[in-house]
Design a binder for this molecule. Structure first.
Ligand SMILES: *Cc1c(COP(=O)(O)O)cnc(C)c1O
Length: 220
């Protein structure tokens, strides 16, 4: 077994242990394997080991490797976890099954237009900038609930989840707790939170999916 596949199984085992520790149901947490910067030859063994849900942060990079892999493995679910430019909405709707980074009115409008045009409806999450970091994408926490409502009422978009990336230098727990509270108040069921360094913590705070890259594929 290669290193990557071994690391994949180790992460799966840690997710199962964290679910149990948090008294969550077995299988309550979906692993999104983040394959950015890795190519199809690195990804394929993880697919063959049974993984079907993957995350990429750049539309163009994903277009280079995923169409062939999705054709070979039609049950793959591909998540966009990086910032979306409105001029890439067309490509994103065509390729991704879940777009986790809806964070402003213009993107919501572009996505609504493309979903109607293409007749393809990726699931949508709103990214929340829980640390209000100026350089980071995501809507401000205080505007998140109203934005989820506007996505539905103005743009006709069903928002299924919230996503966050806590500040790198802070304890992530309060950020995960804030995202969970916002999701509850917004009436949204899915919580995408937790990465290689903190996914077990995120599971304790109610994550329904964790986005794990380097702990599986190695450092980038
Ligand atoms: C790269 C990335 C991840 C994975 O990060 P690791 O620390 O390698 O697990 C998770 N979420 C987002 C949004 C990312 O861009």
């Amino acid at each position: 077994m290669g290193d990557t596949v071994q690391q994949f199984f180790a992460v799966k085992a840690k997710i199962a242990a964290a679910e149990q520790e948090a008294r969550r149901e077995a299988g309550a947490v979906t692993l999104v394997a983040v394959s950015k910067t890795f190519d199809a030859a690195d990804i394929r063994p993880v697919i063959e080991a049974g993984q079907r849900v993957f995350g990429e942060n750049r539309v163009q990079e994903a277009q280079g490797k995923w169409p062939d892999l999705k054709q070979a493995f039609p049950d793959i679910e591909l998540h966009l976890i990086g910032p979306l430019q409105s001029n890439k909405a067309k490509e994103a709707v065509a390729l991704f099954d879940v777009i986790e980074t809806v964070d402003r009115e213009k993107i919501a409008a572009e996505l609504a237009k493309e979903i109607a045009r293409q007749g393809r409806s990726p699931k949508l999450y709103v990214q929340v900038n829980t640390g209000s970091e100026p350089q980071k994408a995501g809507i401000e926490p205080r505007a998140a609930i109203a934005f989820v409502a506007r996505c539905r009422d103005v743009h006709g978009l069903a928002i299924e989840g919230l996503m966050c990336i806590p500040p790198a230098d802070e304890n992530p727990g309060p950020h995960f707790a804030l995202l969970e509270k916002l999701a509850r108040e917004a009436g949204v069921a899915k919580l995408s939170m937790g990465m290689s360094g903190d996914y077990e913590t995120a599971i304790a705070f109610g994550a329904t999916s964790v986005r794990v890259g380097s702990a599986i594929f190695g450092s980038r």
